[in-house]
Write a protein that binds this ligand. Sequence first.
Ligand SMILES: NC(=O)c1ccc[n+]([C@@H]2O[C@H](COP(=O)([O-])OP(=O)(O)OC[C@H]3O[C@@H](n4cnc5c(N)ncnc54)[C@H](O)[C@@H]3O)[C@@H](O)[C@H]2O)c1
Ligand SMILES: [Zn+2]
Length: 396
Amino acid sequence: MCPWFESRWHHMKAKDLTSFAFFIFPHLEILTDKSRRPILAAMETELTEHLVFSDIPGLAQALDAMVEGRSQLFLLTDSKVAACVLPALIAESESVRRAHIIEVESGEGSKCIEIAHHIWSQLAESHASRNDLLINLGGGMITDLGGFIGSTYKRGMAFMHIPTSLMAMTDAAIGGKTGIDHDSIKNLIGTYAPASQVLICPQFLQTLPLNELYSGFAEMLKHALVADQDLWYQLTELGAITPSTIQPFIKQSLEIKKRICQADPLENGSRKLLNFGHTFGHAVESVFLDVKNPIPHGYAVAIGMMTETYLSLDISGLSVDQRNHILNTMNRIFSVLPLEKLPDFNDLVKYLRNDKKNSQSESLNFTLLAHIGNGVYDQHVSLKQAENAWQQMLIA
Ligand SMILES: NC(=O)c1ccc[n+]([C@@H]2O[C@H](COP(=O)([O-])OP(=O)(O)OC[C@H]3O[C@@H](n4cnc5c(N)ncnc54)[C@H](O)[C@@H]3O)[C@@H](O)[C@H]2O)c1
Ligand SMILES: [Zn+2]
């Protein structure tokens, strides 16, 4: 690349890149159609609209206006969301009434190639075109799976997310990572492909089971721990964790995720901050998935964050006071949940090594904490240090 171009390239933001691309390639309007999402994957977190609605009729009205002109609509959801959430949307939205409903079993087990195959077949049988629209209505399992389908069917069809779990509203629906699990390894196969719109309505949380609310809350705590000290204290001083106490913080939490993803859409650097708690978290989740006893993603992340808080003392300079404060707070918050017997370190090792961040090295790559509100990424940890942290976690 010539030096002039290279220096401009590094300083351009996503929208500038789009305008620049227009200048170079006058026929590029086809690429900027939001239905051609994968082509602009690296830029689109800035182009994705994230809208928060105070009630379901408001969301339904906006949805109807947005989808006008799409000939076929497909709505992907899971069996529990179909029972708890879909009826209210059918009552309010003309577009949901005319959509082809594709329903899969609820639970992480549906985030797999067999179910993806089934959905691709349904789209093909209905002659879905790239300009038809896929609406992903559900938790993070549906937004990951539906994003994967949307970004691969005919090399990318238009899709939007309507997240219904706290996890999906604050995390999974934002930032364009899609994927399915493979041989119990979480998210091994996937794409970067943000939705064109993310329509959020906290009213959906009224029917979310309490353990799933806590699961999403764990990711909100993660956003606070790596990027916003004030938010950490606000969240951890909430008396009770209910949809109404959490609601005021949803926007703030998703904005952290959005800001981090916009700065580094393809996770070459600072987006790794969002992996705090996930190296151990994904390994724990995979062990339970392997024995067909899945635990909510956020539980695994909470366990991962506690283990990685132990590591942060040794590796990234977290103070003893802050370590103790984080561990005591997390133990207090998550003590309401039934805790499964945790696996031995030996059962975790293969998944720790399989973590996408640890592709070729002997040491493991972690995101840790320097202090509350300040995460640090690319922290190299030996297997022995990781084992020590896990042993501390087990006896705590
Ligand atoms: N792509 C990303 O950036 C990203 C980020 C975080 C998590 N994830 C993925 O998201 C998934 C976890 O998301 P999740 O916790 O939402 O899981 P989930 O989608 O499995 O939902 C959890 C449970 O809640 C039910 N549910 C959802 N909304 C409901 C509602 N309003 N009322 C009643 N029940 C409802 C679901 O049917 C399911 O049983 C994992 O696969 C994880 O890997 C992805
Ligand atoms: Zn997560």
